[in-house]
Design a protein around this ligand. Structure first.
Ligand SMILES: Cc1cc2nc3c(=O)[nH]c(=O)nc-3n(C[C@H](O)[C@H](O)[C@H](O)COP(=O)(O)O)c2cc1C
Length: 203
């Protein structure tokens, strides 16, 4: 049973969360986690100015996803940094290339789930995930979030990402914060949760 984890990351926060998500998927017997990046759409000089070139080398080994890979997965987990409270343009462009899949109903009945990151605590993680869900619902996917049985999202003793809508991490204004143990636990939990539901549906 294949669980595709499709992400975009500019500075590596979403990539770290994606790796944790994959660990969670692999903890379910028979579940294979496949990590993929969506294609970069920004010109090289813009990426240079944004300070992304060095950071992106850390996950350059992850193969770039094509939309043709999506129908072969039982579940797809999408990871995106917040851009003005929404998913990033790279992910939007990737999804906008799935019209053929929509026309064929190729993703109908598959599990879909989303995780996010933002610079600030209230910078739009929830709106990013919830607005992403609209696309998944148009594709006929079964939307899965992060249930409160992940107790880490009840924490108030430290600042943390994570909501019932999905795991998330706060990157900091300059990207100086790396995903915390609690945020990575949330990603592992969500990966496991998605894979377990996909396994039940596959039976
Ligand atoms: C054009 C642009 C828009 C952004 N919009 C937001 C925003 O609305 N809220 C926020 O908290 N962070 C915002 N950010 C910060 C990114 O979300 C942050 O850099 C990202 O989550 C880090 O994840 P990554 O390392 O995987 O790229 C924005 C960044 C850029 C470049």
């Amino acid at each position: 049973m294949k669980v595709l984890i499709v992400f975009y990351s500019m500075y590596g926060h979403i990539y770290k969360m994606a790796e944790a998500m994959a660990e969670g998927v692999r903890s379910v017997a028979g579940a294979e986690a496949v990590l993929r990046r969506v294609p970069e759409t920004l010109p090289a000089d813009v990426l240079q100015k944004m300070g992304a070139v060095e950071a992106q080398k850390a996950f350059a080994h992850i193969p770039v996803c094509t939309v043709d890979e999506l129908p072969a997965a039982e579940a797809i987990i999408f990871g995106t940094p917040t851009r003005f409270g929404n998913m990033c343009g790279q992910m939007r462009q990737f999804l906008d290339a799935t019209g053929q899949l929509w026309a064929k109903g190729a993703l109908v009945g598959k599990v879909g789930s989303v995780f996010a990151s933002s610079a600030t605590q209230h910078g739009g993680q929830e709106s990013t995930i919830l607005s992403f869900h609209i696309t998944l619902l148009h594709q006929g996917m079964i939307v899965v979030g992060l249930p409160y049985t992940f107790a880490g999202q009840m924490r108030t003793d430290e600042i943390t990402g994570g909501s019932p809508y999905g795991a998330s991490t706060i990157a900091g204004a300059k990207g100086e914060r790396t995903p915390t143990a609690n945020e990575l636990d949330a990603a592992r939990f969500q990966g496991k949760h998605v894979a377990a539901i996909a396994a039940k549906l596959a039976k």
